[in-house]
Write a protein that binds this ligand. Structure first.
Ligand code: HPA
Ligand code: ZN
Length: 340
């Protein structure tokens, strides 16, 4: 496909985004505007100098900047504006369903109340549902560099709002913070009715993916790149239809892969893994859903069947009801059938 055709094709695909950190959608322009209105001094004197700092050699270098940026978020309105900016952006890319993460501890540890965070996010998501026709699920992530006791406190704080939260996840510094550290809090989260996911096998080993499945009992793995090191694990993912939410531009920017041509997506699809494409932290990694699809399709020479499979997989992997999934999957198929 010519690059213009490819862009047009990708734009038209009805898409679901399942791996997105709201704090990672914080565009420098909005960050500067918010810093100004909240009287917060940033370490950078211009949007350009901030953008220049977005050069990462690994996950930790990114996280250090990402947590610093999040400190600008103070009021309910800030969380609302952040979420709304994300929704309007992906609406323009024909994203029709989102399952987004937020990191409460990044904010509560700075003295921001849980209700301030969740109310801002929730109001924007509801407005997106009504005005943009984007359905959503909300996932609260525990920070794995903190203790399990701290995650338990977050779980407690979330209980008054549990009707607004669909699941819990596990993110932040992976190496040295295995899923096994969070067994009890995941069990307690499930008992409160939360669905379970975890980042695993991004920088950490395949063993962490086993732990996420066997100890935490997650139903979806975020990233999971390293599963290919372990044939038995691949078999397990295929047999149980455990989705992997991959983020190609994130992988490239965090040096999980050295170049896009090395991305394991095609190998995963060929092995029958339910792999999907998402953007992770689009404001930091150079692209939202369309850009992730485009760069991957270009580097790996994806054909229309593979693009269609990826779009279908994302709805399949979502937490929508089977009827709604079917409706979206039919729309994807109709779209591809309509292409000449
Ligand atoms: N990995 C771990 N933690 C994160 C990420 C990620 O890619 N993005 C935001 N928090
Ligand atoms: Zn992530």
């Amino acid at each position: 496909m010519k690059s213009l055709d490819l862009q047009k094709t990708i734009q038209g695909i009805p898409k679901a985004e399942l791996h997105l950190h709201l704090e990672g959608s914080f565009e420098p322009e909005l960050m500067f505007e918010m810093a100004k209105r909240n009287n917060i001094a940033l370490d950078y004197d211009s949007i350009d100098s901030l953008k220049k700092a977005y050069q990462f050699n690994n996950l930790q270098e990114f996280l250090d900047i990402y947590y610093t940026g999040a400190q600008v978020l103070i009021h309910e309105q800030d969380f609302y504006d952040l979420t709304w900016a994300y929704l309007t952006k992906v609406h323009s890319q024909n994203v029709v369903h989102v399952e987004v993460f937020f990191d409460p501890q990044t904010h509560t540890d700075r003295g921001i109340e849980f209700d301030v965070i969740i109310k801002g996010i929730y109001k924007a998501l509801e407005k997106g549902k009504v005005e943009l026709n984007i359905s959503y699920k909300l996932i609260m992530s525990y920070l794995r560099h903190l203790s399990e006791a701290a995650a338990f406190e977050t779980l407690e704080s979330s209980i008054p709002f549990k009707e607004l939260i669909d699941g819990v996840g596990l993110d932040s510094s992976e190496k040295g913070n295995p899923p096994s550290k969070f067994v009890k809090v995941f069990e307690a989260s499930a008992n409160h009715g939360y669905k379970l996911v975890a980042h695993a096998g991004e920088e950490g080993p395949a063993d962490y993916i086993w732990e996420a499945l066997d100890l935490l009992k997650v139903i979806r793995i975020d990233h999971g790149n390293r599963c290919l090191d372990d044939e038995a694990l691949v078999q397990r993912l295929v047999e149980k239809k455990i989705p992997l939410t991959l983020c190609p531009l994130s992988n490239l920017e965090l040096k999980v892969i050295q170049k896009m041509e090395d991305h394991p997506l095609v190998e995963m699809l060929s092995k029958g893994i339910l792999a999907t494409i998402h953007s992770d932290d689009p404001a930091y990694f150079g692209g939202y859903m369309n850009e992730n699809y485009y760069e991957t399709a270009k580097a790996l020479n994806l054909n229309k069947e593979q693009l269609m499979q990826l779009a279908i997989n994302a709805f399949e992997a979502s937490w929508l009801s089977s009827e709604v999934k079917e409706k979206h999957i039919s729309a994807v198929k109709n779209y591809f059938n309509s292409l000449s």
